[in-house]
Design a protein around this ligand. Structure first.
Ligand code: FUB
Ligand code: ZN
Length: 652
């Protein structure tokens, strides 16, 4: 292909309708097509540009070095070289990357190696597929000596199929390239033949394929894919997964989903399972899945999520932990779990139209998820702590080598390519529609086209709460633009062409209904004062401590910005009234902007206190002095130097 051919192909892709990642035709609301929303500026757009320019080329280099493509090629070549890497799911790192590239290749400025990688990977995948449709380079490799489907608990073969399907559907929808779809449907057909019978009781140890099979049904109309997804949801929980190293709960196989009292077990598995279940509900109308996932969501959101939206408080088994078990320094909050939580949240929103799911989506997006990637786009946190003690020595990702902060790759690199696919498709989660309304789910500089309305959104959110929407196209009929008023905002106003409108917020939405005209200017102002947060009394780890937030951003104090030891800083809720903010560029080599917060505080040497003082006796604390606490957005921590970090600070 010449450069000219490439740009002609690119503009053809860009003018046709390209469905989004979750193209459900049912539910309270529907996603807008990917081709109808474009991020044009601000933080989310910067993340997409960084994805394309830095994270993707970096990850392609790492994938080549780690041998993921070699594993697939070795299958086709019949090579006797040993399998590269430890895990049976390393093909998924290629699949997740390809899912992201399917979006990125519709955009300009994609480098030639990225294009080459896409084709090389597709060739290797096509060549590795067995004649019956099976594909998993670990099991197919000559040196692993394991038969396909012989280890469903740990083999991840259906998890692999799930990521292959998602890459294939994305390539078909975004690029009109059906090569992977042909591979994925052959493998999915094999899965239907192998596991479809009603009498079968087996499920994969790692849920994922459920979401993917539903999407494959949406893309192809083949009902057996939906039925298999439904069967996998219904079968899990009856003890069919062989609990070897991990207990049944790890696999969410201890109880059927509908009977689970709480989100439980391995965090990523749990949120992928719930997202798959709500997908099945969206297509089959099975309301028992909606009520079960609602109940689990409510329990999670009120007892198990970190302030950052992170999920999973145990390094052991990468597990969610008990209710209110939310230690800051041991927060696992895997980056993949953050992505799965957003996938679940989006589907709950599609099913119900409720804004509360989007509020959590936003919290995860700007905090627990965003912290997973460095400002330069080339290093990753696998687990996301909310507190780093200055004498901390554990390496990121619980692996023995590498850095104390983010690292360039992992032996188990599930998170980096998950970030690639998620950043590439952020526009899919910006807006949605029903017959009467356009819902603005997240705020960013963007253009949005629904059937009834086209608008240009201008804002520097989340740094500022002012959002302007200029109407570029409007059908001559009454229509509603529904604006999400985040639960953190207690002071919102809306004006149309400069005139304030009465504002009524119902279920988190402020609805503006009228016959819109081209040239109309809607302006939303979300008050964003600095806030102080405490914890539920049952959260022992942070009870009595104080955290700072502004808009959707949770803040953190890093030692390098503070002249007092972070353990000595004391804040009270009333101190935030005296807080000031300033725009800053924390990492001058990146386009990443920031807003830094200063809060009047006190300091008292904590080191002089007894470990377990007898209450009622005087404490030998040092003298209390006035001080200032300086805080940066949590997601930007760990980009400058190794040192202490705290989200939660002392309040006494
Ligand atoms: O098992 C596949 C992936 O590896 C999981 O989703 C991650 O938590 C990591 O364990
Ligand atoms: Zn991960």
């Amino acid at each position: 292909m010449s450069d000219n051919d490439v740009s002609i192909a690119q503009s053809a892709q860009n003018t046709r309708t390209r469905p989004s990642a979750v193209a459900s035709a049912r539910g309270a609301v529907r996603s807008l097509p990917a081709s109808s929303v474009e991020l044009t500026g601000g933080v989310l757009h910067q993340w997409q540009v960084r994805n394309r320019e830095r994270t993707v080329p970096h990850s392609i280099r790492e994938l080549r070095l780690a041998g993921n493509l070699d594993n697939l090629r070795a299958v086709a070549d019949g090579s006797t070289e040993p399998y590269r890497g430890r895990y049976p799911f390393l093909d998924t790192d290629i699949f997740k990357t390809l899912e992201g590239l399917a979006y990125e290749l519709t955009r300009e400025d994609v480098d030639s190696d990225t294009r080459r990688f896409f084709d090389e990977a597709v060739d290797a995948i096509e060549a590795a597929q067995a004649s019956d449709g099976y594909l998993n380079s670990y099991f197919q490799h000559s040196d692993t000596e394991k038969a396909p489907w012989s280890d469903l608990s740990w083999g991840h073969e259906l998890y692999n199929l799930g990521h292959l399907i998602q890459a294939a559907v994305a390539a078909s929808r975004q690029l009109g390239d059906d090569r992977l779809l042909a591979v994925a449907t052959r493998f999915a057909d094999l899965a239907v033949d192998t596991f479809g019978a009603e009498t079968h009781d087996q499920v994969c140890g790692h849920p994922e394929v459920e979401m993917a099979l539903v999407e494959l049904f949406r893309a192809t109309g083949t009902k057996s894919y939906l039925m298999l997804a439904e069967a996998f949801i219904n079968r899990r929980g009856h003890g069919s997964v062989v609990p070897s190293v991990f207990p049944a709960e790890y696999f969410q196989d201890n109880l059927p989903l509908r009977d689970l009292p709480s989100v439980t077990g391995h965090a990523v598995r749990m949120v992928y399972l719930a997202a798959g279940a709500i997908d099945v509900h969206l297509e089959t109308g099975d309301d028992s899945l909606l009520s079960a996932t609602k109940r689990l969501w409510d329990d999670m959101a009120s007892t198990k999520l970190y302030l950052t939206g992170g999920l999973g408080s145990r390094h052991s088994d990468e597990a969610i932990g008990d209710r209110y078990e939310l230690p800051s320094e041991r927060s696992y909050s895997e980056t993949c779990a953050a992505i799965g939580t957003m996938q679940w949240a989006w589907r709950m929103f599609l099913a119900t139209g409720a804004s509360t799911y989007l509020d959590v989506f936003e919290t995860v997006l700007y905090n627990g998820y965003a912290a997973g990637l460095s400002a330069d786009g080339r290093a990753f946190f696998y687990d996301n702590a909310l507190h780093r003690r200055p004498d901390h020595t554990q390496r990121s990702g619980a692996e023995p080598d590498g850095e104390l902060l983010r690292r360039s790759w992992f032996g188990c690199p599930c998170c980096p390519p998950n970030i690639i696919r998620w950043n590439s498709q952020l526009q899919d989660y910006l807006a949605a529609t029903d017959a009467a309304s356009l819902y603005i789910a997240q705020y960013s500089a963007a253009t949005i086209q629904s059937d009834a309305i086209g608008l240009t959104m201008t804002t520097v959110y989340p740094w500022d709460g002012r959002i302007e929407m200029a109407i570029d196209r409007a059908e001559p009929r009454k229509h509603t633009i529904a604006l999400r008023i985040p639960a953190w905002c207690h002071d919102a106003s809306i004006s149309l062409n400069g005139d304030l409108l009465p504002i009524e917020v119902t279920d988190g939405w402020a609805r503006v209904e009228r016959v819109f005209a081209v040239g109309d200017r809607l302006e939303l102002r979300l008050g964003m004062p600095v806030r102080a947060h405490g914890s539920h009394p049952s959260v022992d780890a942070t009870r009595g401590a104080i955290a700072i937030a502004r808009g959707p951003l949770v803040y953190a104090a890093e030692q390098q910005d503070n002249d007092r030891d972070l353990d000595d800083l004391i804040l009270t809720a009333s101190d935030v009234g005296g807080a000031s903010t300033r725009a800053a560029q924390l990492t001058p080599d990146t386009p990443e902007e920031s807003v830094v917060i200063s809060v009047p505080a006190r300091s008292a040497p904590a080191g002089s206190a007894e470990l377990y003082p007898e209450l009622g006796r005087p404490q030998p604390l040092g003298t209390t002095e006035t001080a200032t606490a300086t805080l940066i957005p949590y997601y930007q921590w760990g980009n400058r130097a190794v040192g202490g970090m705290r989200v939660w600070l002392r309040s006494s």
